[in-house]
Each structure stands twice: as C-alpha cells, then as structure tokens.
Design a protein around this ligand. Structure first.
Ligand code: GDP
Ligand code: GDP
Length: 434
C-alpha cells in the first residue's frame, strides 16, 4: 500500500509550495467542502523508487472557532489518515504560539511527525533551527520549498524510515479486483450490496489502519471477484468514529490497488467537478475504468436526454471507457457491468507480443511518418510490452525525446485500435539509442 504523508502547519509557511514541488499529479484532487475557506489537496509523488500520496491539509492554527474549526476538523481527519506528518514551520517567522498549539495536537495523536523548518533561505541554518527544538518533535529538517533545497534529501530520509508493511500471511483475495468508488451518496453501498446479493462472501480484513478498505471476495457463475469496499459496507471491526464514511485517502488507495475501477456517478445530480477529478485520478493511475450512471430510475425522458448530452460533452476524455445506466436500488443494469469489467480487465492485462507491437508500429509509420527534427527524421524501430494494467508499449528509436505530442497521441490511438483495447488507458513510452 502506498504510504500517505500529510503536510500540516499554519497558513503561509509554504505547504502549497512544498506540495507542488513534490507531486507530479497532473491535476491534484481537491476536496471542496461547502463554506471552507481553503481546500485540501491530494496528489501523488515519487522520490527515487518510493511512491507516496501527499495531502496538503490546508492551514490550521490550532485555535479555530466556527467555520474555521470545521476546516481544522477536515485537516485533522487528513492527519489521522496519514502514516507520516510533515509539520511545517517558517524560519522567517520564527516559533509562534500557533506552532505550539499544532504541536500539541500532533503529540496527542501519537503520529510519526517530522518538523520541517521552511524558508531557510537567507538564514544561517543552525541559528534558524535552534528555536524550534523547543517543540520536542524529534528529527528536524531545513528546507527552501521555493527552490527545492533540502527537499529531496528530507524525503529520502523520511521514506527510508517508514516501517516495512506488515507481511500478509493469509491467502490473498482472488479474481479481478474491482474498486467501487464515487462521491458520498451516489449509491456505492447500495451497489456493493446489490453485487454481492446472496453470494457467499469472504471478507479479507488485513491488519492495517482504520483508513484501509476491506476486501470482499465472492463468486459469480463460478468465477472469483474481489470488491475493494470503500463505502464501508462490511466495515472493519475496529473502525473508529473519527474516520468518516467517505475518505479520499481510502478512495485513492483503492484505485491504486484495483485492476478495474467502477466509478459511480449520481445521474439525478448530474456530473460534477469531483466526478471529473476522480476520473482524472483513475487515468493518472492507469487503471481500467467502467462508469456507472446510477439512480437511472426516477429520471424522466427529458432528464435522461440531458444527462446523456452532458456525458458526451464532458466525458470525451474518457471515451475509452464503457458507460452503464443502472439502478443499484432496483438492480437494473447491474449484471451488465461485469461484461465491461471483464473486457476492461483483459484489455489492461493481456500479453502483447513484440512482433505484433512492432508490426503495428511499422504500419503506423508507413501511414504517417514521424516529423524531421533539424533535418533528421525521427526513427522509430521496434516496440515491445513494458507492463500491464495499464498496458505500456515501449518504442525504441532515435531522437525519441523529440517525438511531438500529437504523434504520441496518433500512436496511442493506432495501438488502441489494433489491439482492440477497451476500458483501459494505454501508454506509449520511448527509449532512445542516441
Ligand atoms: P501555505 O499557506 O502554507 O500553503 O504557503 P504557500 O506555499 O502558499 O507559501 C506562502 C508564501 O511563502 C508564498 O509567497 C511562497 O512563495 C512563499 N514561500 C514558500 N516557501 C518558501 C521558501 O522556502 N522561501 C521563501 N523565501 N519563501 C517561500
Ligand atoms: P454511498 O454513500 O455512495 O455508499 O451511497 P448509498 O449506497 O448509501 O446511497 C445513498 C442514497 O441513495 C440512499 O438513500 C440510497 O437508497 C439511494 N440510492 C442508491 N442507489 C439508488 C438508485 O439506483 N436509485 C435511487 N433512486 N436511489 C438510490
């Protein structure tokens, strides 16, 4: 499981700057909660071989009231879900009362905390760090988030110290792993219950933190499937009340660990920003995708037409995924999801032969030559598979760093068609021999 790191601190200490430096997520997921002055952001980062999920918790001062205390609660939830907290302070401001209050909150929660003294630029590091040792929070790092100084070495050390994940000794759940994800109240629990129906289920409740999803294995027509339950249908025994039913961390981890994501959208509400963000995350993660427009019952014809138009307009970027109109409540259309799940899974994981991939490449090139760069034509020679779920196609040639984006898209489209890929993103990457 990918570790979760939360950035915590007063407003203005440099959390966003740090977040942007550490994440490569194209489009960070933003959790908007009505009325909050600042949103939490979720993104994914990588340092060396370590991947991690990063949360910018928004600013807290530790003494919020009213609307601010609501925001602070959101930040505290994010903190609870994290494996590691990076507590950021500012060398420019020195140690303030609010820092003490936040430190107290962190100590009470017994989290693995590192103190990050940011804005160290223009300061003598030893002098700047000294006052903060008073917080008594263990290891202290000095950074300049704006220029990246100290950031990579800090992350290496922090990630290095993560305890190894508990070895899983029990049997692993079998079959295609499907994550059922979506905003609160779209009908995930109803759908999970409907899919499980009367099936005999085995619940895998691996040791882990309360934020982890439960894995439910069952059989349908003698085939095993596993649902990664983000909706809390089969709740963990030790789930604490402080972890909300809907958790973005849980959702992102489920996406990360799934073969196929079933993204549930509430047709009666229509497509909203957070649905699109979730879709973007599924694509970034390279996961196979099936879209379920739920609550299709209770829509009149005009409304159905409107929703279908919205789909055409706003979901063009996921036109590789099948869309189903279902009613989890009545069971209508639910069985049909499996056909798309199977198709997406096979598209995402079937073996691809080097000779076929190379043949497709050569056909694509004879149809459309790659462009000339400085009087020399880009040469693409052969292709082979570089991974699955998502399928990755590695193309070898010369000057491959110069292949223009439109030509990459052309190759992706050609492969998608030739391999008959449905329901999965596909990635074309290059290896240069010059
Ligand atoms: P947040 O409110 O904690 O997310 O803080 P921001 O990331 O928005 O940063 C607040 C301000 O501090 C911005 O103007 C940043 O450019 C600036 N800033 C962030 N990190 C550094 C740093 O390491 N050094 C300096 N000099 N300024 C910084
Ligand atoms: P979750 O938060 O995504 O797990 O959503 P729930 O499964 O708890 O459903 C939220 C509400 O939507 C409940 O009142 C359900 O009865 C209702 N609901 C779920 N699926 C459907 C559906 O297909 N049609 C209708 N009309 N209501 C549904």
């Amino acid at each position: 499981m990918i570790p979760v790191i939360a950035l915590v601190g007063r407003p203005n200490v440099g959390k966003s700057t740090m977040f942007n430096r550490l994440t490569r997520t194209r489009d960070a997921i933003v959790a908007n909660h009505a009325g909050l002055t600042r949103d939490r952001k979720y993104g994914e980062g990588r340092v060396g071989d370590h991947r991690f999920m990063l949360i910018d918790t928004g600013g807290i001062s530790g003494e919020e009231e009213g609307i601010d205390s609501e925001m602070a609660n959101q930040s505290l939830q994010a903190m609870d879900e994290a494996d590691i907290v990076l507590f950021m302070v500012s060398a420019r401001d020195g140690l303030l009362a609010a820092d003490h209050l936040i430190a107290k909150q962190l100590r009470q929660r017994g989290k693995r905390v590192y103190l990050v003294v940011n804005k160290i630029d223009g300061h003598d590091p030893d002098m700047a760090l000294a006052p903060f040792f008073e917080l008594g929070l263990g290891e202290v790092f000095a950074t300049t988030a704006t220029h990246g100084r100290g950031v990579t070495s800090m992350m290496e050390e922090v990630l290095e110290q993560l305890p190894a994940p508990e070895p899983i000794t029990e049997a692993q759940p079998k079959g295609i792993k499907m994550a059922i994800v979506g905003r609160p109240n779209v009908g995930k629990s109803t759908l999970v219950n409907r899919m499980l129906g009367e099936e005999r289920v085995i619940v895998y409740d691996h040791p882990g933190t309360t934020r982890d999803s439960v894995y439910i294995q069952y059989e349908r027509f003698d085939k095993p499937y596993t649902i990664i339950d983000t909706a809390g249908v089969r709740r963990r025994k030790n789930v604490s009340a402080t972890v909300e039913k809907f958790s973005i961390v849980k959702t992102l981890q489920a996406i990360d660990d799934a073969n196929v994501v079933i993204l549930v959208i509430d047709a009666q509400e229509g497509i909203v920003e957070q649905d699109l963000h979730l879709m973007g995350t599924v694509i970034d993660a390279g996961r196979a995708l099936v879209i379920a427009l739920n609550k299709w019952d209770g829509l009149d014809e005009a409304h159905k037409k409107f929703v279908k138009n919205e789909l055409d307009r706003r979901l063009r970027f996921v036109d590789f995924a099948n869309t189903h109109f279902i009613s989890a409540l009545h069971g209508t259309g639910v069985g049909n999801l499996y056909k798309s799940v199977e198709e997406a899974y096979h598209s995402a994981t079937d073996k691809l032969s080097t000779s076929f991939l190379t043949q497709v490449l050569q056909d694509a090139i004879s149809e459309h030559q790659p462009p000339m760069i400085n009087g020399r034509r880009i040469k693409l020679r052969y292709a082979h598979a570089g991974g699955s779920n998502p399928p990755i196609i590695v193309i070898h040639g010369n000057q491959t760093a110069k292949v223009p984006a439109h030509y990459v898209r052309y190759l992706e489209k050609t492969y998608r068609r030739a391999l008959n890929l449905r329901g999965t993103p596909v990635r074309v990457v290059f290896k240069s021999s010059d």
